[in-house]
Ligand binder design. Structure first.
Ligand SMILES: C[S@@+](CC[C@H](N)C(=O)[O-])C[C@H]1O[C@@H](n2cnc3c(N)ncnc32)[C@H](O)[C@@H]1O
Length: 218
């Protein structure tokens, strides 16, 4: 599915978030600015919009979709030696234990087959005291905001997404997956079981998205 929508993915992100998605990704990057020194893993990196925005840090952008990674590589400045793109599935991360000082995941966690196991996988590759920042769409809280969001999904995201990507199934799945994903507190509870502590939470874009930041070791 991600291969099928890859080519129009960036354009649709800008349109369907009314230009807000890059601002949300900036918040995600800022959230790990205080991480201990060392490389950063941007997991479920997609077309690279999070990873490419880090400056002065070594970054690995990893994703299991090669078509997404190919687009990320095309967007990478030619002489950039600080960023590496890697094919990797969260279910079998090909990195040594404690390789990274921070891990970022934007709009990826709700697609992982086992969100609880993903916390253990990320915990293994993070250094002690390292930060995990997750930007994600959760079920929207509050009657009014839920209604507004549902209307936006039905009237804009599904028709415009289907039309521009040519993939109706994907743009039905993407909104539906945010409605059926974990609540923010449920995500935090899963993180605790793997050994993380919640350090920051911030709702973004009329409560549509949420940035959750966790530290390995609490
Ligand atoms: C909605 S896109 C988000 C891409 C990017 N992080 C962004 O900010 O636009 C979700 C990404 O998660 C990747 N993904 C889904 N399941 C994955 C898995 N099990 N392992 C690695 N990547 C995965 C998909 O290939 C896709 O690129």
């Amino acid at each position: 599915m991600f291969s099928r929508v890859a080519v129009r993915y960036d354009l649709l992100n800008r349109l369907l978030s009314l230009g807000q998605d890059q601002r949300w990704r900036r918040h995600l990057r800022q959230a790990v600015a205080q991480a201990p020194p060392g490389p950063i893993l941007d997991l479920a990196a997609g077309t690279g919009d999070v990873a490419l925005g880090f400056s002065g840090r070594r970054v690995v952008g990893a994703d299991f979709c090669l078509d997404m990674l190919a687009l990320a590589r095309n967007k990478t400045p030619r002489r950039s030696h600080r960023i590496i793109w890697m094919a990797a599935d969260v279910q079998a991360l090909p990195f040594r234990a404690e390789s990274f000082s921070a891990v970022t995941v934007a709009f990826g966690w709700r697609n992982f087959p086992d969100p609880a196991a993903a916390f253990f996988a990320v915990h293994r590759v993070l250094k002690w005291g390292g930060l995990l920042a997750i930007l994600e769409f959760h079920p929207v809280e509050g009657k009014f905001f839920r209604w507004l969001h549902k209307a936006w999904q039905r009237l804009v995201i599904q028709p415009v997404g289907s039309w521009l990507s040519g993939d109706g199934e994907a743009y039905r799945y993407l909104p539906a997956s945010s409605r059926s994903f974990l609540q923010v507190d449920e995500l935090a509870a899963l993180s605790q079981r793997a050994g993380f502590g919640l350090v920051q939470r911030r709702r973004l874009g009329l409560r549509v998205a949420c940035l959750s930041v966790f530290r390995k070791g609490g």
